[in-house]
Design a protein around this ligand. Structure first.
Ligand code: ATP
Length: 329
């Protein structure tokens, strides 16, 4: 690997998440602090292939710490999945005299970064940025906390109407293969049931639980469902099936969708992104590579990026499932 490092590039890739801008800002300013050039790459790996890069000084990232999305834009690049695409990307990095790369994204983005390291011995450090919180080696990814606040806020509003009409609402939240958003936001918003991919409660148990809620005098019920819930149905099919089984219930479905990704990042995410960005630059300057920065026991630590890529996420907290059963009684 090339030493000393004089020019660090930064990109955002995969799904955008609130707090990515705060991470970009931290990387750019840490570079300025240590007198290292910083190169921003637009549209993730696609921009790397198309040589869409710009030099970034500390003032280029003013007034972005509070903004959602990513000023560098994000992309899913199929070209980068090919050896030819990665070779072109590498040649552009050399042409721009870039010595190292900070990748802000999810595990797919890290796989792309690792390919660069393996094929061209190019140093990279990953910053976990995804609302799903599904990356091993960190208790929190950038964007997770903001998405939770957005979801809780939305469910609070749904609760108002559910209460007024004695309705049962199924609320679908993002999370694909991981129930972190559903479990945490479900507890935070007082959901009666939470359906996550990690726990198959089955349809019968869901009906029992809803009956119990009604018999205990609850005037509304909220069931939070992850996109990839374990009962194996879409949220609309599930709502329909419950309606058929419990005809007295006024069942409604709400899919929160992409609004979960948007909005201003929470203070927690801004601080986390700032810590991660500084650590990423300091690690590269200290000669580290192929590592991911993460938060464990409130300390910012490094772990091999290979581990984040190979393991199936960081697993939901079993204790939270137990707590949810108790507080929703
Ligand atoms: P999110 O979790 O929010 O979806 P992600 O980083 O996992 O984010 P992906 O779409 O999986 O999102 O990956 C982002 C980009 O990384 C891809 O579009 C592709 O360019 C690159 N990438 C992913 N996997 C590989 C791979 N195996 N080899 C090379 N590049 C890859």
């Amino acid at each position: 690997m090339k030493q000393p490092i004089k020019n660090i590039a930064v990109l955002t890739s995969g799904g955008d998440a609130p707090g990515m801008n705060a991470a970009i800002r931290a990387v750019v300013r840490a570079c300025a602090y240590y007198n290292v050039k910083c190169t921003g790459i637009y549209r993730g790996y696609q921009g790397m292939i198309e040589n869409d890069m710009v030099e970034m000084g500390p003032r280029t990232v003013k007034n972005i710490v509070n903004r959602g999305g990513t000023i560098l834009k994000s992309a899913r690049s199929t070209d980068f999945r090919t050896p030819e695409g990665r070779k072109q990307a590498y040649e552009n990095l050399l042409a721009n005299e870039v010595d190292a790369l900070v990748v802000i994204g999810g595990d797919g983005s890290f796989k792309g970064g690792l390919a660069l390291t393996k094929e061209f011995n190019f140093p990279i450090i990953g910053i976990p940025g995804t609302i799903d919180n599904d990356i091993a080696g960190t208790s929190h990814t950038i964007g997770f906390d903001s998405a939770l606040n957005t979801v809780v806020d939305a469910i609070d509003k749904i609760r108002d109407t559910a209460n007024s009409h004695n309705r049962l609402f199924f609320v679908e939240v993002m999370g694909r293969d991981a129930g972190h958003i559903a479990l945490n936001a479900g507890i935070g918003a007082g959901a009666e049931e939470i359906l996550i991919p990690e726990e198959n409660i089955g349809f019968e148990k869901l009906i029992d639980s809803l009956e119990r809620s009604r018999n205990s005098g609850k005037s509304s019920s909220i069931v939070v469902v992850t996109e990839g819930d374990s009962i194996g149905k879409t949220v609309f099919e599930l709502g329909e099936q419950v309606k058929n089984t419990m005809p007295n219930y006024d069942v409604r479905v709400s899919v929160l969708g992409h609004l979960q990704r948007g909005g201003s990042p929470s203070c927690f995410d801004r601080v986390l992104a700032s810590r991660f960005g500084v650590k990423a630059v300091e690690s590269l300057l200290a000669g580290e590579h192929s590592m991911m920065v993460g938060l464990l026991n409130d300390k910012v630590v490094l772990s091999p990026i290979e581990k984040a890529v190979k393991s199936a996420g960081n697993g939901v907290d079993e204790e939270l499932i137990r707590i949810s059963d108790i507080v929703s009684i």
